[in-house]
Design a binder for this molecule. Structure first.
Ligand code: ADP
Ligand code: MG
Length: 706
């Protein structure tokens, strides 16, 4: 037998079983060894029926006193009912749709049952537990029994038998980590870990083996980031000399004082740029925490060094806002700033009209950029596909993006006008990613975090509104509009639909709420415009509208020609409407807290006191607690951390963000492993470990990364 021996060559594996194994991704002995159990049954911790509590996951050892199949009265589905006893107490067990169970378990059988305990008005019971005969199998010898996730037609026993038959081959596996790393991270060798993950001697042993295999997953991700980081740092950049005097004067000319975190972030960025190695940094901060000002200081220093810089935003509206902000901030300085988007081309020195001869004006601007006359160019991410070339581009800032892709970097470099150097990169995001988590996710980036708001900010007052107070909320909104304010109403759906899972972009949580009232943009729009606020000007927005329609509605709202905007999450990223003072969110339980926080950030952007009203469709206690947490916490980082802990990264940040989604054993919670893996990964000498580089490549090919 060898590691690459096909499983079909093994004892008792015929074509049929071979096909089924293939469906599980098991073709060779090696695959089998790396097919880890997804949980274990611990027969060393067997409970008594009298000690069982509702909700507990337990194993009990019982004798079957009675077992029978019957049909459910309503659906004609088969139900298997049993009464079991541990010699002292009895309880009921139910299985649905598995009538064959009565062929295996008979009255008088002694069995182990594993599953969740329910204690309700029907008394103590177990529903669809897994079971294991006491007499046979491994339960006596191995006290902890592996449970594999299986496809139809393969039994736990079959797979255990196969793994047992091949487990000695674990010794043939080459350990990709050497003794130095094993010792440093306090890990057991791979062979031991593989043995122990399948057949642990005790729970202590299991933990040690899991730790080793979790480390492998985390370390690989960290090494990949480190490899990217090192390859970026190999490039040369132009040193953007930190002009302290000028920067100080510039900061003093601002109408406000920078917050401490703004100062720290700016300093980190400016130090980073004052280096012959390219900056590769992520600036994180809540909406309104003042990232743009910090970015401005980087832009300013680039210009002072006589180089060019570019700032890219995800939408035209945002690009235009950035452009206006920069023109204003740099009003007293003689800096040529330009805006270039699909529909606009203008600069602060001469206005290039977007009406007359659009083509030639765009051409003119592109010419000026190439000559180096434009120092700061603002645009959308689409700039990358435009025919723009720079004379000496040394700083690239991207708003609302987390990291730069390899292709993106290549394109930018080709446009930069300087073949020897690579521009410094800064990305900015309002997505609050806690630092510890960001380090796992974005290991190749340096990170600056502004988790502090300017002191003059009024907190947005957040209220979780009881359904019976809905009318009061509407009255409140009416008064706000009378005072000249504007209002957002966010709904989770576009239109009423049986399948409530169809949501707009950025849906974070997918839940099927079958029998509940659904709030959709179209039905709320109808209701608000006709019944509740017939005198007010109500508009609506969602992702399926044509771009022009969206633009038109948005323009109206920005211009104050609409009082209320009913919308899906499309308003999440973006627009600044200082006059808006109420954010009302329907079906708030369907959004992640980080996303709710983004909505909340749409108001409270001026001197007007602002409000966020959230409504929930769910009666679940957990959901109530989450929303109450949101009500009481105004920091994006706090609410994101809460969701991360209670719901996990996939739900909070979407699923495509990281290789972390491919972890089988590890999670972001394994902070001690992450820490040590990171320590070892930093400045890793890839030259000394060619097998590691190979392994990363293989891994990259096998998983989907963005
Ligand atoms: P972000 O991009 O992080 O959402 P901005 O940079 O757009 O935030 O800042 C939001 C608003 O706050 C802007 O009007 C900006 O001028 C202002 N601002 C920035 N920093 C401060 C500060 N330290 N004190 C007061 N106001 C500030
Ligand atoms: Mg911003």
């Amino acid at each position: 037998m060898r590691l690459d021996t096909l499983v079909t060559k093994l004892n008792r594996v015929g074509d049929v079983l071979g096909k089924k194994l293939k469906r599980l991704g098991i073709e060779t002995v090696r695959d089998l060894l790396f097919y880890f159990p997804f949980r274990y049954e611990d027969f060393s911790q067997i409970k008594k029926i009298k000690d069982l509590k509702d909700g507990e996951e337990v194993t009990i050892r019982v004798k079957v006193e009675l077992i029978a199949n019957k049909r459910s009265p309503r659906k004609r589905k088969m139900i298997t009912e049993a009464v079991v006893s541990d010699g002292e107490d009895q309880m009921k067990v139910i299985w649905f749709g598995q009538p064959f169970i009565t062929k295996t378990i008979r009255t008088g059988s002694e069995i182990y049952l594993s599953g969740k305990i329910k204690d309700d008005m029907f008394g103590l019971q177990m529903v669809s537990p897994s079971f294991e005969s006491v007499k046979k199998d491994t339960a006596h010898t191995a006290r902890i029994v592996p449970i594999y996730s299986l496809t139809n037609g393969i039994t736990q026993k079959q797979i255990r038998f196969l793994v047992r038959q091949t487990i000695d081959m674990a010794d043939e596996l080459e350990d990709w980590l050497d003794d130095y790393i094993l010792e440093k991270a306090d890990l057991v060798p791979l062979a031991n870990a593989i043995r122990g993950i399948h057949f642990p001697e005790n729970s202590e042993d299991l933990k040690i083996c899991q730790r080793r295999l979790k480390f492998d997953e985390i370390f690989l991700l960290q090494l990949r980031s480190e490899m990217i980081r090192q390859s970026i740092k190999k490039n040369k950049s132009k040193k953007i000399i930190f002009k302290e005097e000028e920067t100080k004067n510039f900061v003093n000319s601002l109408p406000f004082e920078l917050t401490k975190k703004q100062k720290i972030s700016a300093w980190e960025i400016l130090q980073d740029m004052d280096n012959e190695r390219p900056m590769n940094r992520l600036l994180e901060g809540d909406v309104g925490s003042g990232k743009t000002v910090v970015a401005t200081m980087a832009l300013y220093n680039t210009v002072l060094n006589n180089s060019q810089a570019v700032l890219m935003a995800p939408t035209e509206i945002l690009a235009f806002q950035h452009y206006e902000t920069l023109c204003k901030i740099f009003e007293q300085k003689k800096i040529n700033i330009a805006l270039l988007t699909g529909t606009r081309a203008c600069s602060n020195t001469e206005f290039i009209s977007d009406k007359k001869n659009k083509k030639s004006e765009k051409k003119e601007l592109i010419e000026k950029i190439k000559k180096g006359e434009i120092k700061i160019l603002v645009g959308t991410h689409a700039l990358l596909t435009e025919k723009v070339k720079f004379k000496d581009l040394e700083l690239v800032i991207v708003d609302e993006q987390h990291r730069f892709g390899v292709d993106q970097r290549k394109t930018i470099r080709e446009k930069s006008g300087n073949e020897i150097t690579m521009p410094h990169f800064l990305s900015m995001t309002a997505t609050p990613i806690p630092r510890s988590f960001a380090l796992t996710l974005y290991g190749e980036l340096d990170i600056s975090i502004i988790d502090e708001m300017p002191a003059d900010r009024k907190l947005v007052k957040t209220r979780l509104v009881d359904p019976h107070n809905r009318d009061k909320a509407y009255e409140f909104i009416k008064k706000q509009v009378e005072q000249g304010r504007q209002v957002f109403v966010i709904c989770p759906l576009i239109e009423d639909n049986k399948d409530t899972r169809i949501q707009d972009t950025n849906n974070i949580q997918i839940i099927n709420y079958k029998n509940q009232e659904k709030k959709s943009v179209l039905s709320e729009y109808e209701k608000l415009s006709k019944q509740i606020f017939p005198d007010l000007r109500v508009g609506y927005l969602h992702g399926k509208l044509k771009t022009e329609e969206k633009g038109e509605t948005m323009k109206k709202f920005v211009g104050g020609d609409l009082d209320i905007l009913v919308s899906t999450s499309v308003v999440e990223v973006g627009v600044d409407i200082p006059n808006a003072s109420v954010m009302m969110i329907e079906g708030a339980d369907r959004f992640g807290l980080a996303q709710l926080h983004q909505f909340r950030g749409r108001v409270g952007r001026s001197e007007h006191q602002s409000y966020c009203f959230i409504f929930s469709d769910s009666d679940s206690k957990k959901s109530q607690e989450r929303l109450e947490f949101f009500e009481k916490n105004n920091s994006g980082f706090a609410v994101a951390q809460y969701d991360l802990e209670t719901r996990g990264p996939g739900e909070v940040y979407g699923t495509t963000q990281s290789g972390m989604m491919n972890f089988r054993l590890a999670s972001w919670r394994d902070s001690d492993i992450i820490k040590i893996a990171r320590e070892i990964a930093i400045d890793f000498d890839f030259g000394r470990y060619p097998q590691v580089k190979e392994k990363i490549k293989k891994w990259e090919d096998s998983v989907h990364l963005e």
